[in-house]
Design a binder for this molecule. Structure first.
Ligand SMILES: Nc1nc2c(ncn2[C@@H]2O[C@H](COP(=O)(O)OP(=O)(O)O)[C@@H](O)[C@H]2O)c(=O)[nH]1
Ligand SMILES: [Mg+2]
Length: 290
């Protein structure tokens, strides 16, 4: 017992000693109370253990700080470039191939189709045919480009007809199919795309993702693309995205390989096959800025 407690009575000192034994780390006295209305009745002490409280508070603070740091780190998007798969998609030298392209409206599907057509047509004996899986208005987005390059362009607004229309392009070694934009809530159109893809049985189904879209929207878009059979990804509008880690993280989480990267609105020069060097450069730049 410390000096100041000498002025206390035996009952008070006993109560203090019991509290001290229970809370050796220290305690705060909340209330003195006698069990009966008599001065001789034993004293009861209501205490709050300071030590435990303080350390609990400290632990809670420490926990909060580490959770916040973790959240900040996740938001910052430390992205491991090794977690992202890439793939090189090239037309087979022998068999005729069909590649399908789909994505949310405005994500750059038509531009990717044009970019690849311009890149591949006439190279390594590849000749490209274009197929619009939409109505005439949708097909018109490709018309000027097809005419300028002298490429045949057919349209098939109905999923039931698409295999026949693709067959009418049988003289071309590579048919690129431009699907009208369909977002995650556009169930009717997604259903129609799924039926068309089933009929076409393409060698590649490419989900076109706009890098400047919101991370949650990108995730949902990839989910529905996978449901209709996506086999790879083309990342567009890279030049417009403030940060690339969110979209790269979303793609890596699905396990789908990234095939092409578009970083400009030009027809051919701004679309390129992805390389691991590009991914590493993008991540290094981001980490250097963080
Ligand atoms: N800056 C930039 N614009 C792009 C890119 N890809 C597409 N665009 C533009 O985005 C708009 C929508 O592209 P489009 O191919 O029509 O999208 P779709 O609706 O998915 O077929 C057009 O104005 C394109 O020029 C890109 O990589 N960078
Ligand atoms: Mg389009």
């Amino acid at each position: 017992m410390t000096e100041p407690t000498r002025c206390l009575g035996r009952s008070e000192r006993d109560a203090l000693q019991r509290a001290h034994a229970r809370h050796p780390g220290g305690f705060e006295i909340l209330e003195w109370r006698r069990s009966q209305q008599s001065r001789k009745a034993p004293v009861e002490l209501l205490v709050r253990p300071i030590g435990t409280r303080a350390s609990m508070a400290r632990t809670r603070l420490r926990l909060l700080a580490s959770v916040t740091a973790l959240r900040a780190q996740a938001a910052e998007g430390r992205f491991d470039p090794g977690s992202l798969r890439t793939v090189t998609v090239v037309p087979s030298s022998g068999a005729r191939e069909v590649w399908a392209f789909l994505g949310a409206p405005g994500s750059g599907v038509t531009r990717v189709v044009c970019g690849l057509a311009a890149r591949l047509n006439g190279r390594d004996r590849c000749n490209v045919g274009l197929l619009s899986a939409g109505d005439e208005t949708h097909a018109n987005d490709l018309r000027g480009f097809a005419d300028a390059l002298g490429l045949p362009l057919h349209a098939s607004p109905r999923a039931a007809d698409i295999a026949d229309v693709a067959a009418s392009l049988g003289h071309r070694s590579l048919v690129l199919v431009d699907f009208p934009g369909a977002g995650p809530r556009d169930g009717d159109r997604l259903g129609s795309h799924a039926r068309a893809l089933q009929a076409l049985a393409p060698q590649a189904v490419c989900a076109v993702l706009a890098a400047d879209a919101d991370e949650a929207a990108l995730r949902r878009q990839l989910e529905v693309s996978i449901r209709v059979g996506a086999t790879c990804v083309a990342l567009t509008r890279v030049d417009l995205a403030a940060r690339l880690e969110p979209v790269l993280r979303v793609i890596a989480a699905t396990g789908l390989p990234l095939a092409w990267v578009g970083h400009g609105s030009g027809t051919s020069s701004d679309l390129a096959p992805v390389t691991s060097g590009w991914i590493e450069r993008v991540c290094e730049r981001h980490h250097a800025m963080a």
